[in-house]
Design a protein around this ligand. Structure first.
Ligand code: TNX
Length: 538
């Protein structure tokens, strides 16, 4: 029903806005990312002043904390008090957060009505109001993102925005296993993705190089298995308390954490910590990679711990699936993490299990699914799990081969779209990029933006897809500057593909909108890649 505004209409509105007598606001030309479903300029401007109040008409803790989040965003740069008041019929000027019941807005949608006196946010849920706040941030002058007080006026053009997401799942993944990232770094990552209305953060919590989450019944996983990372650095891990702190921080931003423990491959950090889990994995020495389907038989009966691994090869480790004791490990890990994870999903990895026997692999996936279910979660896994007897609840994450995507859909599963050639945040921009890999492709900003998850794999359509996720693997990056360089400016594009209606989406229009975000990136101290394809405004 609501469509994005055709350029011709925008142009007409612009002409109108030049006519003093008939002054339309500039709302429809503000470069908002992701592009809202519907924008219409009104007349005049709203101005935030030291007397502006944030009104809430629903005094629940959730709505009040959204109001507080808005106030906290606005206070530092404006220096205004931004008092919060519970009121049905406010009198003084300000920003109003109001609860409505409009089916079209569903859980995350919102309606914004901007007049000279009020900015009114209407939503069915506090979550919808939180998404609206991200739009309001982009409607205010760029300096709103600064953390020191600015002496200037804070105006928002009048009009109406009506907005809701195209896909239910819009996420990013952070690999904290190849290189460890601290709780504060993960919080910064959450802040960055929440600004673009993403709602899922997938944490890749274990891999050959490191185990990053405390498991109380298997303490050595972190005490030993968390000790290093790619390149030999000191690694690290989250205690369960720290993990809960991350979850809470994410929840306050309406982001659901999806924990991943990658099994049965990518598991060396566990094999190094508990020898009984090892069926014969041999850690590759430099330049030698024993990818051999029988590798896991070599030690038969004489399990011993592997060495810790700091390289970047993949596909050489496996859990010892023929031993029943291994499943006790799997159950303990899934139980402990599920118990402290409020979200619906548990991601079991399942990728690149190249030294796991095919029969073992298939059985493992089936068993895994039951364990995940018994712990109240829905299983998610990389595309290879489509080879198992997966149920129609299971979510299959497409990253490479269309045949697995088809297999998943034929089994009734839904897909999460993360094609490496388009959506991998760890791919370099081009051959001159300072960081990143390029085994799948070089992904310049235009290529990252120009694809459609609903048509990307032949034979798959939008009904088969829950959404899009952009994974950031960390083989080549170890601090936030490097993370941000790969994230920006591609992240806003992925967020737009997930959130905005696809009608009319085109790079030529988007690149101009994106270019206008440079001052915002700078205000937020984001180290972004200045792609030559984007007309940056400074
Ligand atoms: C493939 S994608 C992997 C990861 C690597 C990544 C590097 C996937 C499911 N597995 O183990 O980190 O490529 O781009």
């Amino acid at each position: 029903m609501y469509q994005r505004i055709p350029t011709i209409l925008l142009f007409t509105l612009f002409l109108f806005s030049c006519d003093k007598k008939n002054k339309y606001s500039e709302l429809s030309v503000v470069p908002i990312i992701p592009q809202p479903a519907y924008v219409e300029s009104g007349r005049g401007v709203f101005e935030l002043t030291k007397n502006s109040i944030i009104y809430v008409d629903t005094a629940t803790p959730e709505w009040l904390s959204v109001a507080e989040a808005l106030a906290e965003k606005i206070r530092p740069s404006t220096g205004f008090a931004m008092n919060i008041s519970v009121a049905q019929q406010p009198t003084l000027s300000g920003i109003r957060l109001t609860l409505v019941n409009e089916p079209e807005l569903a859980t995350e949608g919102y309606h914004l009505d901007i007049t000279e006196k009020f900015v009114t946010v209407s939503a069915n849920t506090a979550q919808g109001a939180f998404r609206a706040i991200q739009t309001i941030r982009q409607l205010l002058p760029t300096s709103i993102e600064l953390t020191s007080r600015q002496d200037m006026s804070w105006k928002v053009p009048a009009g109406v925005i009506r907005d809701f997401p195209s896909y239910a799942y819009r996420g990013a993944m952070l690999d904290v296993a190849r290189h460890f990232f601290s709780v504060n770094e993960v919080k910064r990552f959450i802040d960055l993705i929440s600004l673009y209305k993403m709602n899922y953060l997938h944490l890749h919590l274990s891999d050959d190089q490191g185990w990053r989450i405390e498991i109380k019944s298997w303490p050595n996983l972190t005490l030993h298995g968390g000790k290093t990372e790619v390149g030999g650095g000191e690694g690290g891990y989250y205690s369960q308390e720290q993990y809960k702190e991350i979850i809470k921080y994410a929840q306050e931003r309406y982001i659901t954490i999806v924990p991943e423990i990658d099994m049965p491959g990518h598991i060396n950090s566990a094999l190094a910590s508990y020898g009984e889990l090892n069926g014969g994995t041999i850690v590759p020495k430099e330049g030698r990679l024993p990818i051999d389907a029988n590798a896991n038989k070599i030690l038969d009966g004489k399990s011993k711990p592997t060495e810790l691994y700091t390289g970047v090869e993949v596909g050489w480790s496996t859990l010892r699936l023929e031993k029943e004791a291994t499943f006790r490990f799997v159950e303990d890990v899934i139980r402990e993490i599920s118990a402290i994870t409020p979200g619906p999903y548990f991601h079991i990895g399942g990728d690149e299990a190249q030294v796991t026997k095919k029969e073992d692999y298939v059985q493992f996936i089936n068993r895994f699914q039951q364990i995940v279910k018994a712990n109240g979660k829905t299983m998610m896994g990389w595309e290879e799990i489509a080879q198992g007897e997966i149920g129609n609840n299971t979510i299959v994450q497409h990253w490479n081969l269309p045949k697995y995507a088809m297999m998943a859909v034929e089994k009734g599963s839904k897909l999460l779209m993360s094609p490496a050639k388009k959506a991998y945040l760890d791919m370099s921009y081009d051959s001159t990029s300072s960081f990143g890999l390029h085994w799948a492709a070089f992904i310049e900003v235009d290529s990252a933006y120009s694809w459609n998850p609903a048509t990307y794999v032949d034979g798959i359509s939008k009904e088969n897809i829950i959404g899009i996720e952009a994974p950031l693997w960390s083989e080549t990056i170890s601090n936030m500057d490097e993370v941000e360089y790969l994230l920006f400016p591609r992240l806003p594009g992925y967020a737009e593909i997930g959130w905005s209606q696809e009608t009319g989406r085109n790079w030529e229009e988007y690149k101009v909108r994106l270019g206008k975000h440079a001052p915002r990136f700078k205000a937020m101290n984001i180290d972004f890649y200045r792609s030559k394809l984007v007309p940056w405004t400074n």
